[in-house]
Write a protein that binds this ligand. Structure first.
Ligand SMILES: [Mn+2]
Length: 466
């Protein structure tokens, strides 16, 4: 795939707009993709000697926002929000977003302010699997000749789960990946064993987090050690990590996992088993060999940890190259984050009961911060029935309910898009929602919880394999 000509022309225009501007504000999203987008834009602006402000925000603050700067740039957000209701004559707006756009390509034509929106969907390019916010910002960097930022584009796509469909990058993401490889920033190991924590987690612990399907090893480190011993891998419990295994050991482990999975997975899911344990692995070659920044998934988790704790700037400074001051801070934030997650898990699996209905299961996560309820919901999956999605609820600061849904990847491979379902159900009861096929969320009125559960349960009738 190549960048369509019209989109390429938009990038020329975007460059011109930036070169002409003196007073610039950037709004970006608070997740890994948004932080990567912000870091790329900020680097472009630094190198162009452009003073700029950058702010990481939630989507809900953007509708009817007061624009105070000559040029306002929105990255990884903006397409779906009414960001220009207060735009004044002479102001300029640039949007780089991959979410479904509210406005058409010709929207700019009769405006008294300058409006440029670069969104792949306007050009017939899928925004879930072919390019994300950070990728769109990278193509702008490339327009300026800053190909060295390609690796941040790759990281954004990892964080945005753009490769979940096939285990590989496709579409425009492939161009970014190739640029990063050509520049010597990235190594892609095709079809590697795909277990989280390859660089820093001892394998027997990494394996115990396997939760797409409940296996004997799930949340059971003793069983993990026994299996590694049986396979003759790490039998002395040296706490080897995945990336310390030989290919031969990886192949043995792959066989064992397939065997375990085949025993418990219903027939219609069997074809998807390899995708659960195999995928491309991304190594950032400029990072220290033992650093968690060296592995793409671990790096993106640290970025998300910052977003969840309102420390996006720390994450951005690390991306922009500061490894002295900010890397320590990043490690500190990531560690605290893990402690908070563990406390949340303990709470839900301890005194809160997980309630199972015909087609879903849910828990009351009161007291869990809304920023981390999604991550916790994902980790709770390993304690539940993997054949149904799990939904967590918690209160927001403004008396609403935050809803998070996670499910086994097998359900999404089977064709269910929970992001679309949650959008439908939440809007039917006066809330808002959306997201990925297997990780999504919503905000709903606090008194609509029961209605939400009932409607969601009904909507799933006949869609799941029990
Ligand atoms: Mn994104």
């Amino acid at each position: 795939m190549q960048i369509p000509q019209l989109m390429q022309e938009q990038y020329h225009q975007a460059r011109q707009i930036i070169e002409d501007a003196k007073d610039i504000k950037v709004y970006s999203h608070i997740d890994c993709d948004g932080i990567c987008s912000g870091a790329i834009l900020s680097t472009i602006l630094d190198r162009q000697n452009k003073a700029h402000e950058i702010e990481f925000v939630n989507l809900d603050v953007l509708d009817d926002i007061d624009l105070k700067h000559e040029l306002t740039i929105f990255s990884d957000l903006g397409s779906g929000q009414k960001i220009d209701t207060k735009a004044k004559e002479g102001q300029k707006i640039l949007i780089l977003d991959h979410h479904p756009p509210l406005r058409q390509l010709d929207y700019k034509n009769d405006k008294s302010y300058e409006y440029l929106e670069i969104n792949p969907i306007h050009h017939g390019i899928d925004g879930s699997y072919y390019v994300c916010g950070g990728g769109l910002c990278y193509f702008l960097a490339k327009e300026f000749g800053y190909d060295d930022l390609s690796w941040i584009g790759v990281l954004s796509a990892i964080g945005d789960m753009q490769n979940t469909h096939s285990g590989h990058f496709e579409g425009l993401n492939e161009i970014i990946q190739q640029d990063a490889i050509d520049g010597g920033y990235l190594e892609v190991t095709k079809n590697d064993l795909n277990i989280y924590g390859r660089n820093t987690r001892p394998l027997f612990i990494a394996l115990s987090y396997f939760s797409d399907v409940k296996l004997p090893i799930t949340n059971n480190t003793t069983e993990c050690m026994a299996i590694l011993e049986e396979l003759g891998i790490d039998e002395k419990h040296n706490r080897k990590t995945l990336n310390q295994l030989t290919n031969e050991d990886k192949a043995k482990l792959f066989q064992k996992l397939v065997e375990m999975l085949s025993k418990v997975v219903p027939g219609r899911y069997v074809q998807h088993i390899p995708k659960l344990i195999i995928g491309d692995a991304y190594t950032f070659l400029k990072e220290d060999e033992t650093s968690f920044l060296r592995d793409g998934s671990e790096f993106s988790t640290a970025m998300n940890a910052c977003g969840r704790n309102h420390e996006e700037k720390v994450a951005m400074e690390v991306l922009k190259g500061d490894r002295l001051l900010y890397l320590d801070e990043l490690e500190h934030i990531a560690k605290n984050h893990r402690v908070n997650l563990a406390k949340g898990i303990e709470k839900v699996t301890g005194d809160t009961s997980i309630i199972e209905l015909e087609n879903l299961q849910y828990f009351d996560g009161t007291g869990i911060k809304p920023e981390i309820v999604g991550t916790i919901t994902g980790m709770i999956l390993g304690y539940c029935n993997w054949k149904k999605p799990v939904i967590g609820f918690t209160q927001t600061d403004n008396d609403g309910l935050k809803v998070s849904l996670r499910c086994s990847r097998l359900l999404s491979y089977d064709g269910i898009h929970f992001g679309s379902l949650i959008r439908e159900v939440s809007s039917e009861i006066g809330g808002t929602g959306g997201g990925h096929a297997m990780a999504c969320g919503a905000y709903i009125p606090v008194d609509k919880k029961d209605e939400f559960i009932e409607q969601f349960n009904n909507k799933l009738e006949g869609k799941l394999t029990n």
